[in-house]
Design a protein around this ligand. Structure first.
Ligand code: FE
Length: 355
């Protein structure tokens, strides 16, 4: 695999240093050689273990994977500004909110693949236009400090707004897509008025102003800053097998609670990582082959073992660490409902004062 750039977008100023410029030149010369036997993959999946996926695909097919990594919005912006000349074949990202925004930007092209349609459950792909597909899932769960919270006190995402949790809850910011999508999903279940009330209740319960990423939330809970938070399962999963004893200790201090499990409730909010083939893809056939590869047992296993995500293909093995979190019922409503609610969700979060 030719990993031509790594995080070339780093640096909030947007100014490109000499190194980044050299990398960009490298990109150009790589793209100049493109042909049937290469695909250009724009990915915001920030997980190093994905390397193995690409090398394995290359070994199986002889198609070289050129990886361009960056943050989701930045890659999307880049694809848009490259326009018809974009060398990108595939856009892969995390969170259905990001995927929906890419779809709104009109960058995807429909893919009618029996393999994808048969292997990926219909609620985890775009059944309306066949433009995007989920290849792994992650569950946004309640994480709590063992010994300080009895899981019998926990029930739903909605209940986190209950005044009984005043000063005991922390969350990451509302500028992050993960909480935006969670709110957009709740909006689809509860409607605008109740969702706004919920968001206000959540803010009232904060032990501190929102800050940091998912890991920072449960690390702070382990450190005693708060009792509860909400985070994606794979982040905690990676702590179980960490060589850093401090991370192992944190893993042991944090309990995972799957919310909304009672009868008649929605199930735990399950999001995807996924993407699609670009309208302007120079190597459309290769790109489809790559997406199909992502649903193969080997690739599904990499998602599960490498990044502690849940595979989407039935019969794939789940990592023992995830199995240790317990069995649960997923929100199996179609994810296509989340995107259209995003803008409204963000307005609600703003009005509620969720930083
Ligand atoms: Fe993530």
């Amino acid at each position: 695999m030719n990993k031509v750039t790594r995080r070339i977008f780093l640096g909030a100023s947007g100014a490109l240093g000499a190194v980044a410029l050299a990398e960009l030149t490298g990109v150009k010369s790589t793209f100049a050689q493109r042909g049937r036997q290469q695909i250009n993959l724009y990915s915001s999946r920030h997980y190093n273990t994905d390397q193995r996926l690409y090398t394995d695909f290359e070994r199986q097919t002889g198609i070289k994977v050129n990886l361009i990594e960056g943050r989701g919005e930045e890659l999307l912006q880049r694809i848009r500004s490259e326009g018809r000349n974009s060398p990108a074949d595939i856009f892969l990202t995390a969170d259905v909110g990001n995927i929906w925004q890419a779809q709104q930007a009109g960058i995807f092209s429909p893919v009618n693949s029996t393999v994808l349609n048969q292997r990926i459950p219909s609620n985890l792909r775009d059944t309306a236009k066949n433009e995007w597909f989920g290849f792994s899932t992650r569950v946004r769960v309640i994480m709590y400090r063992k010994g300080r919270v009895n899981p019998s006190q926990l029930s739903t995402y909605q209940d986190l707004a209950n005044p009984k949790w005043r000063g005991k809850l922390i969350m990451r910011t509302s500028t992050n897509i993960y909480n935006q999508s969670l709110t957009a999903w709740l909006l689809g279940i509860e409607g605008a008025a109740k969702t706004e009330q919920w968001a206000r209740g959540i803010v009232a319960n904060f032990a501190r102003q929102p800050q940091g990423g998912d890991r920072d939330q449960f690390e702070a809970v382990a450190a005693g800053v708060a009792d509860l938070t909400v985070a994606n399962t794979y982040y905690l999963g990676s702590y179980a097998t960490s060589s850093d004893p401090k991370r192992k200790e944190i893993f042991n201090q944090i309990g995972v609670f799957f919310p909304n499990q009672a009868q008649g409730q929605s199930g735990a909010f399950t999001n995807i990582s996924g993407g699609g083939v670009l309208k302007t893809a120079p190597n459309r056939a290769g790109a489809i082959r790559f997406l199909e590869y992502l649903t193969s047992p080997t690739a599904q296993n990499y998602f599960a073992k490498g990044n502690f995500e849940y595979p989407v293909v039935q019969g794939s093995e789940i990592d023992p660490v995830l199995r240790g979190f317990g069995t649960f019922r997923s929100s199996n409503s179609s994810l296509t409902g989340v995107g259209p609610n995003l803008a409204n969700a963000v307005r609600i979060l703003d009005r509620a004062g969720w930083k």
